[in-house]
Design a protein around this ligand. Structure first.
Ligand code: GSH
Length: 200
């Protein structure tokens, strides 16, 4: 299995985390910025990262890739078991994607990211509003780590690169971020450039 990944593509980052959480054997092929897109287009008509190439199938669209991985490699499960919580998980991922992750993708694949002021404000205010949730629970949906957490971790990691500084009142969400970053799968998921986002 091969993942065609961007170097700092936030959605590719979600897929890298899930592959490592599930200990899936996969080659991550980091595509060079401004490189020849033909390899990508061969597997994905939209020419976007992430694209997952498996023996019998090529997949694109992050949510499609992640649900495939969760079904093909069921341990540990990253989707809740009951239909209502599964639907809530999909809804939350869809909102995170529309509001924050896709707009971050559109900022391009070179640093610094330079988000427009409205996007910066939306992420800043949105994370502050979510923060109290993490006073009483370790992960986004409660006691268990799920796919939603794999979408939020790359976002919180990118806050310094996005020029977003959260105030003290957001301490619970920053502590949640630290819990996510401490996971071995997260640490191993980082590309060189992603590592530099917090080491520079
Ligand atoms: N709907 C896609 C969006 C993926 C996407 O926009 N990827 C960006 C990088 S983060 C990309 O490949 N942009 C290059 C392009 O659109 O040509 C998904 O959910 O995976």
């Amino acid at each position: 299995m091969t993942l065609l990944s961007g170097q700092i593509c936030v959605l590719s980052h979600c897929v890298r985390i899930v592959l490592l959480e599930k200990d899936v054997e996969c080659t991550v092929d980091f595509l060079p910025v401004g490189g020849d897109p033909s390899r990508l287009v061969e597997h994905n008509p939209y020419g976007e990262t992430p694209t997952l190439v498996d023996r019998d199938i090529s997949l694109y669209d992050t949510s499609v890739i992640l649900e495939y991985l969760d079904e093909r490699f069921p341990h540990p499960p990253l989707m809740p078991a009951d239909p209502i919580t599964r639907a809530k998980t999909r809804l939350m991922i869809s909102r995170l994607n529309r509001d924050w992750l896709r707009p971050i993708c559109e900022l391009g694949d070179t640093l610094p990211l330079n988000p427009p002021a409205e996007l910066r404000k939306s992420i800043h205010d949105g994370l502050i509003a979510l923060s109290p949730l993490f006073r009483d629970q370790p992960f986004f949906l409660g006691p268990e780590y799920t796919l939603v957490d794999t979408f939020v971790a790359p976002l919180i990691w990118r806050l310094p690169a996005l020029g977003i500084d959260l105030p003290k009142q957001a301490a619970p969400i920053m502590e949640y971020g630290s819990r996510l970053f401490a996971r071995p799968a997260f640490r191993d998921s980082l590309s060189e450039q992603e590592r530099e986002m917090r080491e520079a």
